[in-house]
Design a protein around this ligand. Structure first.
Ligand SMILES: C[S@@+](CC[C@H](N)C(=O)[O-])C[C@H]1O[C@@H](n2cnc3c(N)ncnc32)[C@H](O)[C@@H]1O
Length: 382
């Protein structure tokens, strides 16, 4: 089967690697998505294991349409009875891109009408709509005049791991947090520190990686309500995931100047079942010291000024740069920020500058190797 995994901009190659490791074939990177081939087991595994996927879609039907009648009639050309009975329920989500159609709700409605009309004509009764927990969730994507209909095997977006129950200001999306850790190439062996951890997304994702906990273990998926759901196969895959968990060896620490943020982080870590793998500390950045002798990685997203007000953001970024340079020689620091003016004041040399999006905000994800002594020395030591 050909499948499509959706992700955030900038994480396509990370997701492609995750899918390949799960056994995906013909993996092809697209914009905010990865196309691949796999069987039913891979659909279940990709939903359960991919830390950087938002949805796993199974394309079933595509056609062209420029107006509403073509949109409706195109849906009718597919045999929906294989997927839906009149006693089942349906939901349709639509995304539009450069197309003749301008209202996604209208498109969803038309597609839903076409599916349920076909079933009613054959069975005398029509399936009803359930937006929360339908038997079948269809994903419609229209690009120009090309309509692609897919089964959404994920249901709720995969970033909803179920642990973000308490939030201090501006929490990161879980998929973005996991992606930042993967982009920093942290393998769960060296210390990881988030000195502005807020509600703890980065340290929670890090702990789940280090403990090899499948991110979807505590949630349900769209494929579980499909008519061809293989309960036994799913139980086997879930059990394998439980058996694969391991004791982390790396030190993972989150700190923040706000006691409220640390409280949220603690609740979220407990909900994710990884609180025993992470130490938390109320501490402002200027007082921070490396928690161990061993050098590690700092991954953090400081305030940008957009959602969290700070009077002198550029001045604060200069303090961050000074602190990193003074107190963390030999570490690798990765910072996510949407504030280009403030970024300039960090005053450290970047090795890498990637573009990511935090919601609608374009961000830079910056890698600062914090050299111990001269650059030459660091490379000579490697
Ligand atoms: C953008 S939020 C981090 C959100 C976090 N990544 C999450 O997913 O919840 C920035 C955090 O930096 C913290 N912060 C701001 N100034 C700080 C300082 N001088 N020392 C330590 N933490 C600071 C804030 O309290 C806030 O929790």
């Amino acid at each position: 089967m050909q499948l499509l995994a959706k992700t955030l901009y900038g994480l396509e190659h990370v997701l492609a690697d995750e899918l390949q490791a799960l056994g995906a074939q013909y993996v092809e990177r697209l914009n905010r998505a990865v196309r691949f081939h796999g069987d039913r087991a891979l659909i279940y595994k990709a939903n359960l294991w991919c830390r950087t996927a938002l949805r796993i879609l199974l394309p079933v039907h595509s056609y062209t349409a420029r107006h509403k009648n073509q949109l409706y009639n195109g849906v009718r050309r597919y045999n929906w009875q294989e997927l839906l009975k009149s006693s089942d329920t349906l939901a349709v989500d639509t995304t539009l891109q450069n197309t003749y159609f301008s209202h996604s709700k209208f498109v969803s409605q038309k597609i839903k009408d076409a599916v349920v009309d076909q079933i009613r004509e054959r069975e005398g009764k029509r399936p009803s709509v359930d937006l929360d927990q339908p038997t079948l969730r269809l994903n419609a994507h229209i690009y120009k005049n090309k309509v692609s209909l897919s089964i959404d095997t994920s249901g709720n977006s995969l970033h909803r791991r179920g642990y973000h129950v308490h939030s201090a200001a501006a929490p990161l999306n879980e998929v973005l947090g996991a992606g930042m850790i993967r982009l920093a190439d942290w393998q769960g062996k060296s210390p990881l520190l988030d000195p502005m951890c807020g509600s703890g997304t980065i340290v929670t994702e890090a702990a789940m990686i280090a403990a090899n906990i499948a991110p979807g273990l505590n949630r349900s998926f769209g494929f579980e309500t499909l008519n061809d759901f293989d309960h036994e196969l799913w139980q086997t895959i879930k059990q394998e995931a439980k058996d694969a968990q391991q004791e982390p060896t790396a030190l993972i620490r989150g700190s923040d100047q706000s006691a409220r943020a640390i409280r949220s982080a603690r609740i979220n870590l407990q909900t994710a079942g990884v609180d025993q793998h992470v130490t938390l500390q109320i501490c402002s950045l200027d007082k921070l010291k490396p928690p161990v002798d061993q050098q590690g990685v700092i991954i953090t997203n400081p305030p940008y000024g957009e959602r969290l007000g700070k009077d002198d953001l550029p001045g604060f970024y200069q303090t961050i740069g000074d602190k990193l340079k003074r107190s963390f020689p030999g570490w690798d620091a990765w910072l996510l920020s949407a504030n280009p003016v403030a970024i300039k004041r960090i005053g450290l040399q970047t090795q890498n500058k990637l573009t990511l999006y935090n919601g609608q905000l374009e961000c830079k994800y910056l890698h600062y190797p914090l050299y111990q002594g001269s650059k030459k020395k660091k490379y000579a030591a490697q």
